[in-house]
Structure formats: structure tokens, C-alpha cells
Write a protein that binds this ligand. Sequence first.
Ligand code: NDP
Length: 446
Amino acid sequence: MDKNVEKFMEEVISKNPGEKEFHQAVQEVAESIMPYIEKHPIYKRAKILERIAEPERVILFRVPWLDDNGEIQINKGYRIQMNSAIGPYKGGLRFHPSVNLSILKFLAFEQVFKNSLTTLPIGGGKGGSNFDPKGKSDTEVMKFCQSFMSELSRHIGPNTDVPAGDIGVGGREIGYLFGQYRKLKNEFSGILTGKALNWGGSLIRPEATGYGCVYFAQEMMKTKKETLKSKVCTVSGSGNVAQHTVQKLNQLGAKPVTLSDSSGMIYDPDGIDLKKLEYVMDLKNVKRGRIKEYAENFKNVTYEAGKRPWDIDCNMAFPSATQNEINKNDAKTLIDNGCMCVSEGANMPTEPDGIEIYLDAKILYGPGKAANAGGVATSALEMSQNSMRIGWSREEVDQKLHNIMINIHENCVKYGKDNNFVNYVNGANIAGFVKVADAMLDQGLV
Ligand code: NDP
């Protein structure tokens, strides 16, 4: 490791003990940024990276609620307001039993760079709870959301902080959260994105992360004069991002063959076409079932419990479940099996030594903060429509999303091109950093 990165990380680790996901995210960025900072000492003198690694504000709170048996339950609630130099804090809420301070700080940190990359005026934040919506009744989810928002409402606002969904927070949860905010504040304003269409949502927001991730992959493939037509694709997860990735892959003529959830994976060598995707959407979004049931419904499909899809032969991979789902061996297997492109729908799905394998093999690798930025970008488009009290058509939003992904790709190439190879990790980190760092310089000691 570079000496300057080592020294910087020693300080980050001593100030944030035990937060391993946060250390991992900061180190990845520091490794890209440090050589750039050495060449541009103005950022070094102003200790910009040191300041960016410290959240502007961390809010931690108790979330008490009553379950269907009348028992009191207590969860933890969090909001990390990481950086607002270029706009109001923006970033999702995650409800999952694994949620802790380290995971939310890593996500909030990544969000700062991602939001900057979108070219839209949004700062970075993230929040959530260790509440698990799985297996809870709608009433329990509603009671939890109401209690969570009773506290969160003190800290957010259309010009302060505008949360959205993430793992475990979809349309149902956003609805309950929004309802409680409106009731408490007696105010109808755009304080959340991912809202339903008939009360302030944007067309294409549910699709945006998956679509954007495929658009980004399309741009990467163009640099090799390749298209997505007939490419065999592995996809992990089966939630919002995975579903819309599969949809867009089908629309562009590719063949997605896998999906997964936290229990296991399915492999459908005939391809998960749009008809089969309809079944998955109903299974996951309405029935709230398990991906295993797909294998019981369609011919030629195998289900493997506890597995992820990285040893299936593919041309392209779209990790879309969660962080650290691809290790060094998985990365090696992907490449040995002919994978030429990895476009990350999830946040930080590849472990650092897996990323090294991609970069050494010089495959097309789009890190999450660039490849999945379409979701937050479209959230920002939802905020614009709310402010203007108008609604754009599906085609308009999709076109804007597509252009944003093309611009993000161009920016990554601008900062990450190294002879004939584009290092998208460096490209995304440096492009994201420069805009936020310059805003912080302009604004004095913030
Ligand atoms: P969903 O909750 O809709 O789906 C998550 C999927 O991943 C589910 O299939 C879930 O399985 C699986 N999963 C979650 N945790 C684990 C785990 N620990 N191990 C194995 N599988 C797991 O979430 P999203 O699709 O919204 O989010 C997926 C990823 O995309 C996350 O990394 C998120 O941060 C990222 N992302 C999402 C954006 C959005 O707009 N939604 C925007 C940008 C990034 P199960 O049902 O069994 O839990």
C-alpha cells in the first residue's frame, strides 16, 4: 500500500474502530485519490479527504413499536448525513437485520461520490434500521415505519435531506413513511423519493437503478465495439435492482440466466425472459416468496441453496444483491469462464482483492458508485418534478436517465483512462471527488 494511504488509513481506523465496511470503502477511494491529491496540493493543504471521511452528522435513535401480539419491540434507527457541499443529503434507507453504523457509514461515504458523479446537485447520506421486514405483517411494517419516521422527521426536509429506498425499503415502506411525515408536519412536500405515481412519484424511478446499470454496461461494451446482443448474463439478487436489470437486458437482446436471494440461487439456461420475469415480480413484490419457487415453476431450472451465481459461464455479470458478495476466488472464476464485463448494481459487491483480479485481467469493470448511480439520479429527477409540480413522461425520464449514464461513463473515462485501458474505479473516484472537493474549498472551513 502507498505510504500516504497507509498513514491516512491508520488515522481513519483509529477514529472509527471496528467499522470494517467503512474502512474498506474509504481505503478504496483513498487509493485512487491520493496520487491525484499529491499532484494537486491545494486539496492536501485543506485536508479535504480527511474532512470527507468524517460525517457532517450522525443521528442514532430508538424505534419502539408494537407487534401483532401486542409485544413491545425495539429497533435501532440511523441517519448518516455525510456531506452536503453540493446539495441536500440524498441516499436510501436500508431495513435489514445486518444494518449497523459501519455499513451505513460505508454506504453514505460511497453515496457522496456517486451523487457527485451524476452531475446533479445532491449531497450524500444514508440511513436505516436493523428491522427485518421479512415475515412481518403489513400492519407491523406500518407501525415500525410510523415510529421510525416520528424521529426521522425532525432531521429531514426537501432542502435538507431527502431519503429514498434501499434493501428492504420499497414502495410499501416509502408509502407508510411518507404518510407519517405528512401527518406530523401537516405538509405535502418531496421529502422522500421512490413515491407512488399518484402522490408525487416519478415514472421510471423503480426501474432506474437496474436500467442505469445496464446502460452503463452498454457504454463500457461500446469501448470494445461490442453490444449486449445475445450475451449470457449472470445476475444476483431478485429485488428491485435485479428485476429491472433483467428487464433491460431482455429489451437489449441479452440473455439473463440467474437470480438469487439470501437463501440460494436459480440457474435457467433457457434464459429468464420477460414472461418469466413477470412471475418473479409477482413472487417477490406481491407474494413476498422465495426464489426457490421459480425452480418449481419452470422446466430445466436448477436451484442451489446457499449459493451465488458466480461459477456459471457468462459473458457479463451484474451483481445486484448486497455488499461483499464476490470474493477473490469468485472474481477469478468469472474471468476463467469468459466474463468480459462486470457492472455493479449493488453497492460494493466485490471485495477489494476481487477488484484487483478484474483490473489485472483488464476486463470492463464498472464499480457500483458509477454503474448504479442511475437510481439516485432519477431520485433527483423526482425531486425536480416535485419542486416544479409537474410530471415528465416515461420516455422523457428514461431519456434523461440514459443521458446521465452516458455522461457518468464519459467522466469515468476522462479521469480513469490509462493508455488503452479505462480504470473505472479511479475514474469514478476522482471525478466524484473533484466536484465535492472544489465546493468545499469555495465554502471555507466546512
Ligand atoms: P431489495 O431489498 O429489493 O433486494 C435485495 C436482494 O438482495 C434480495 O433478493 C435479497 O434477498 C438479496 N440480499 C439482501 N441481502 C443479502 C445478503 N446478505 N445475502 C444474500 N442476498 C441478499 O434491494 P435492492 O434491489 O433495492 O438493492 C440491492 C442492492 O442494490 C443493494 O446493494 C443496494 O444498496 C443497491 N442499490 C439499490 C438502489 C435502489 O434504487 N434500490 C440504488 C443503488 C444501489 P432476500 O429477499 O432473501 O433478503
